[in-house]
Design a binder for this molecule. Structure first.
Ligand code: CAA
Length: 241
């Protein structure tokens, strides 16, 4: 039986590439999305991957969404906590709404999406939890006090959860992408991207979403059981943590 993989934020950007890569590798994939019905329906039509709409910052919504996925496809054995947003701004101009939207979606979601699947993973003695952090959680980034805080927070979360579940066959790992050519990065002002970010990437280009997806596949494998609590940087050499 194919293992069931849930990818949050799995219909666009990096998440879309992860969903497709997992499906091609033989997993039964469920892709969550938050609000963009048009993109989700297009993704579903093109890939055949079922989509589930719920807000990853809402505990009850996640619980209900994940139970629906499990009743339709079976227990979630691979969880990719990928959903994330930016609300960039210098901290001295940042509003509490910008702060809390990012903390809720990018950090609270670690609780809301992982809590409903952890008991099942522990009882079956198998699980793969893969968390998409960011280079900016490792090094900090001007204009992203909210995002850097959340993305650093998920690394601490992963290390604690990895220790708690290592003896139950459940691994918890982080991937820290650098600047990948998705909509999120294209929202950075063109001038800033060209003059301040691209020159800092030794490989000399933005990354591709598929390059993150490859890393997820590696960590998701049944034969990756000795890797837990680690953070894999995929950033073109921009930051060597
Ligand atoms: N790196 C270095 N310098 C930067 C910078 C960056 N990423 N972003 C802004 N600056 C510089 C600007 O060039 C400018 O410098 P000068 O005064 O010398 O011209 C100064 O900071 C102030 O910038 P702005 O005039 O643009 O100020 P603002 O208040 O209008 O906007 C900002 C500030 C919101 C931070 C905006 O510049 C911005 O969005 N910057 C990009 C921030 C960023 O890198 N976000 C990453 C998004 S991608 C992502 O999050 C995915 C991931 O995981 C990697």
């Amino acid at each position: 039986m194919a293992r069931v993989a849930l990818v949050t934020g799995g219909t666009r950007g990096i998440g879309e590439a992860i969903s497709i890569a997992l499906m091609r590798a033989g997993y039964k994939v469920a892709a969550n999305y938050g609000g963009n019905d048009e993109a989700a329906n297009k993704f579903k039509d093109e890939t055949g991957i079922p989509v589930y709409k719920f807000d990853v910052s809402d505990p009850a919504g996640c619980e209900a969404g994940i139970r629906a996925i499990e009743s339709e496809h079976g227990p979630v054995e691979i969880l990719v906590n990928n959903a994330g947003i930016t609300r960039d701004g210098m901290f001295h101009k940042m509003t509490f709404d910008q702060w809390s939207a990012v903390i809720r979606t990018n950090l609270d979601s670690m609780f809301t999406c992982t809590r409903p699947v952890i008991d099942g993973m522990r009882s079956r003695n198998f699980g793969r939890i893969i968390i998409i952090s960011s280079i900016n959680g490792q090094k900090g980034q001007m204009g992203q006090a909210n995002y850097s805080a959340a993305k650093a927070g998920v690394i601490g979360f992963a290390k604690a959860l990895a220790q708690e579940n290592a003896n139950k066959g459940v691994t918890v790992n982080v991937i820290a992408p650098g600047y990948i050519g998705t909509e999120m990065v294209r929202a950075v002002p063109e001038e800033v991207l060209k003059s301040k970010i691209l020159p800092l990437i030794p490989v000399g280009r933005l990354g591709e979403a598929e390059e993150i997806a490859r890393s997820v596949l590696f960590l998701a494998g049944d034969d990756a059981g000795f890797i837990t609590g680690s953070t894999l940087s995929v950033n073109g050499g921009q930051y060597m943590a």
